[in-house]
Design a protein around this ligand. Structure first.
Ligand code: FO1
Length: 315
């Protein structure tokens, strides 16, 4: 636990953000931290409600995630998928045998009328988590990717097409009428909110859906909390996922400088990796240069501590 005053809001997508969130839960008391995950990747598949980012974060916080694959559970088996394939079913999106139980339980509870935030709380409690992980909204928002092959849903682009088609833009279907989770707005307006940490997730398809919910960007801008992002781009590459490829396709340089420019006025500080040290001079927001690769629990906790310490000094 770290000696840190006030509340902290963490905004995250899946894999990269989940690592920092894992570090944050070691540093902060349960009542101090709210982790908000993107749900723009959510979709209905095989009749089940799938929330990939919520699950990646939930499994990572519970130390149940598969670190190599980045998604799903460690020690997973695939018998249901193999049997489904034999029956001629869709097997492009792989649901492990144990992971299936999460989607079954979520789907049952949603069909009973429970909101996604409540179901997420139930799943997290059942897995032994004490810190709060919530979806950005209880309403449906679907990230749509404009590509050279036409508009694709996020999972069609990401998993089925393996991020191969060049992207030209994104759209968050349903965002105009979606209501940000009330808890998210309460925390953004809380006088004791000290820091907002934007985790090293994809800025376009993981963080932007959260920021694009009605009222969120404005609330963030009018909050006195220090907003600190960790660059997901290190040495011109994304640690995982298509962020760098997307930047090139969107005619942006794949650099931490472009990340700073993308977030713009929203940021009070940006953490960039030590390999990008020379870029610090080109970044107009306050910058800290640190090792940001999170390969084990120690490095996750260390980066979380640094992000909180940076926020405290910016506040
Ligand atoms: N990602 C893949 O690349 N292939 C898969 O088959 C796949 C299945 C899957 C099942 C459950 C789940 O929670 C996540 C899954 N993911 C898979 C990851 C997921 O599509 C992405 O990590 C996120 O949507 C991007 O943040």
């Amino acid at each position: 636990m770290m000696n840190f005053d006030g509340k902290v809001l963490a905004l995250t997508g899946g894999v990269g953000g989940a690592k920092l969130a894992r570090g944050l839960i070691e540093c902060l008391a349960t009542e101090q931290l709210l982790i908000v995950a993107n749900t723009g990747d959510d979709f209905s598949h095989l009749g089940l409600s799938i929330s990939p980012d919520l699950d990646s974060v939930m499994y990572a916080l519970a130390d149940l995630n598969d670190p190599e694959r980045g998604w799903g559970l460690a020690g997973e088996s695939w018998q249901a998928m193999d049997a489904l394939k034999q029956l001629g079913g869709a097997d492009w999106f792989r649901l492990g045998d144990r992971d299936l139980s999460t989607h079954l339980q979520r789907s049952v509870r949603l069909s009973e009328g429970a909101p996604l935030s409540q179901v997420t709380g139930e799943l997290c409690t059942a897995l032994g988590l004490r810190h709060a992980l919530v979806p950005m909204t209880d309403d449906r928002v679907s990230t749509m990717v404009s590509t050279a092959q036409g508009e694709l849903t996020f999972q069609e682009y990401f998993v089925r097409e393996q991020c191969v088609p060049a992207v030209s833009g994104f759209r968050f279907d349903g965002i105009e009428s979606a209501r940000p989770l009330p808890q998210l707005m309460e925390w953004l307006g809380a006088p004791d909110l000290s820091a907002v940490i934007i985790c090293p997730s994809n800025p376009f398809v993981s963080v932007d859906p959260i920021l694009s919910l009605p009222g969120v960007r404005e609330a963030l801008q009018s909050s006195s909390a220090a907003v600190v992002a960790v660059s997901p781009i290190v040495g011109g590459m994304a640690i995982k996922g298509p962020a760098a490829k997307m930047m090139q396709e969107l005619n942006m340089p794949a650099t931490a400088v472009a990340i700073a420019e993308w977030y713009g006025e929203l940021l009070d500080g940006l953490i960039i990796d030590s390999v990008d040290r020379e870029l610090a001079a080109s970044i107009t927001t306050a910058t800290r240069v640190l090792p940001t690769l999170m390969s084990d629990l120690g490095s996750k906790v260390q980066l979380a501590r640094e992000a909180l310490d940076f926020a405290r000094h910016l506040d």
